[in-house]
Ligand binder design. Structure first.
Ligand code: PRP
Ligand code: URA
Length: 209
């Protein structure tokens, strides 16, 4: 599918299988999500532009590669986005962070916003939106709508699992925003859950239910 990258690295797929297993503990789930986020972050940042900076090694002066442009923004869709955010910040500690508070109304499956805080200069930065689940895509579409309204023009969306229906809806709403995911699962069920999926990501991360 155009604009969609499935990260099929064996380590990602192995960890994802353990996360899907309903016997995996809350602590294990959280640890795996952090580990997997490092690998996903590696893929979503693979083509970042480089410039050079003159440095002196102990042996000679060189023009060495360094990231070009302003610091990245990671936009976490609360709550579950924070599980990806933590690991990504391990890899890119200087990134700026936006928080988009959204929850899915269980009856309507519409996204309800309850919080938003982002750096003011979104327009000049690459914004990577992170949320483990892309189900109906209502939350992802609302998060990107909001970030665009606040000035973001260069965005990517990173998740762990996606439903085919969600990917299609998201790409139709935001064709300029590439999607990165570890898996496109089979379908959405009648309650809007990804099947086979891993259940409710927020509940599994935080032990709520
Ligand atoms: C989950 C998930 C996404 C959303 C995906 O969040 O983290 O944000 O559902 O579903 P959608 O594509 O159908 O919108 P949830 O609303 O359960 O909130 P939580 O992270 O606070 O648990
Ligand atoms: N949100 C989740 O956490 N899991 C799903 O399967 C769908 C939406």
């Amino acid at each position: 599918m155009q604009g969609v990258t499935v990260v099929d690295h064996p380590l990602v797929q192995h960890k994802l299988t353990i996360m899907r297993d309903k016997e995996t503990s809350t602590a294990g789930f959280r640890r795996l999500l952090r580990e997997i986020s490092l690998l996903l972050c590696y893929e979503v940042t693979r083509d970042l532009e480089l410039t050079t900076r003159r440095i002196e090694t102990p042996l000679q002066t060189i023009d060495a590669p360094t990231l070009e442009g302003k610091k990245l923004v990671f936009a976490s869709v609360l709550r579950a986005g924070n599980g990806l955010l933590d690991g990504m910040l391990d890899l890119v500690p200087a990134a700026r962070v936006a928080h988009v508070g959204l929850y899915r109304d269980h009856e309507t499956l519409q996204a309800v916003e309850y919080f938003f805080k982002a750096p003011s200069d979104l327009a000049n930065r690459l914004v990577i939106v992170v949320d483990p689940m892309l189900a109906t895509a209502n939350s992802a579409i609302a998060a990107v709508d909001k970030l665009k309204e606040k000035g973001a023009t260069n965005l990517r969306f990173l998740c762990l699992l996606a439903a085919p229906e969600g990917v299609e809806r998201f790409r139709a709403a935001h064709p300029d925003v590439p999607v990165f995911t570890a898996s496109i699962d089979e379908k959405l069920n009648e309650k809007g859950y990804i099947v086979p999926g891993l259940g409710d990501a927020g509940d599994r991360m935080y032990g709520t239910k």
